[in-house]
Design a protein around this ligand. Structure first.
Ligand SMILES: Nc1ncnc2c1ncn2[C@@H]1O[C@H](COP(=O)(O)OP(=O)(O)OP(=O)(O)O)[C@@H](O)[C@H]1O
Length: 247
């Protein structure tokens, strides 16, 4: 079932951060949203998550208006935000515990640990894990809730280039195995094109959609694709918008 963003505007202190944004996101798709700093990407994601309310317009999930946060939409932020005193396994189970589950589905927690490739690290604490591993745990913590929509706000922005590439491959493989819609925000053009099935580019102040194109590269993706004509054409178009030239 689709997510419909209908005429969403957000104003902070009289300043418009988002301007009449409308978008329909198909179920199970991988949408990347690219935009310069301050164009309203996080604001849009927070509205989708139900953490912020739009000034005008609305979000529909399966035709039902979103009125607040819910386990069907989980956000993964740039910082993994793990609890340092909890083991990897307990960090992943934390959300389920908060939801008030009386008996925790440990088998499901362990399945997710296997899915993210961290079997054998269950008892480790966050400081014993690399940055990439910590971000996998943050993704696992989201996945264990079985979200319909995974909202990702520059999740690899703090990682070094090599780890970032590994995580990009990991995420695309994961997306092919789980039944969730991914909305992934970034300001990295290559990352946006490499990951997405559809690319939306936002222009700044107030945030508007300036480009909305399918990414026609096949899957599995591989970095050699960055020299293909399709990749380069999309990159050129995105770059123009980010540089402030919309024509
Ligand atoms: N809670 C808030 N109160 C006031 N202004 C806000 C608030 N949140 C965001 N803004 C403003 O709205 C605009 C969009 O911010 P937002 O964080 O959504 O942009 P962004 O595209 O995610 O930027 P970045 O890539 O730097 O994270 C900015 O001008 C920002 O200052």
């Amino acid at each position: 079932m689709p997510i419909e963003i209908e005429g969403v505007t957000k104003t902070f202190n009289g300043q418009r951060a988002l301007d009449e944004l409308s978008l329909r996101v198909e179920d199970g798709s991988f949408l990347t949203i690219l935009g310069a700093s301050g164009c309203g990407k996080s604001t849009l994601l927070n509205i989708l998550a139900g953490l912020e309310t739009p000034s005008t317009g609305r979000i529909l999930l399966d035709g039902t208006p979103v009125t607040g946060p819910g386990p069907d939409r989980v956000v993964v932020f740039q910082k993994p935000g793990l609890y340092p005193w909890l083991s990897l396994r307990d960090n992943i189970a934390f959300g389920l515990r908060m939801r008030g589950s009386s008996s925790l589905p440990w088998r499901e927690v362990d399945r997710v640990i296997e899915l993210i490739g961290l079997k054998g690290f269950e008892k480790h604490r966050p400081y014993e894990l690399s940055g990439g591993m910590q971000q996998r745990v943050a993704i696992a913590r989201a996945l264990v809730m079985h979200p319909r929509v995974l909202l990702m706000d520059e999740p690899f922005g703090a990682l070094d280039a090599q780890t970032r590439e590994t995580m990009q491959e990991f995420l695309t493989e994961l997306w092919e195995r789980i039944q969730a819609t991914v909305i992934f925000v970034t300001h990295d053009i290559d990352e946006a094109i490499m990951l997405g099935s559809r690319l939306v580019v936002m222009s700044a102040r107030p945030g508007r959609i300036s480009l909305d194109e399918p990414v026609t590269l096949g899957r599995p993706r591989d970095w050699d694709m960055i020299t293909t004509p399709d990749f380069l054409a999309l990159k050129r178009a995105a770059r123009r918008i980010l540089a402030g030239q919309t024509h």
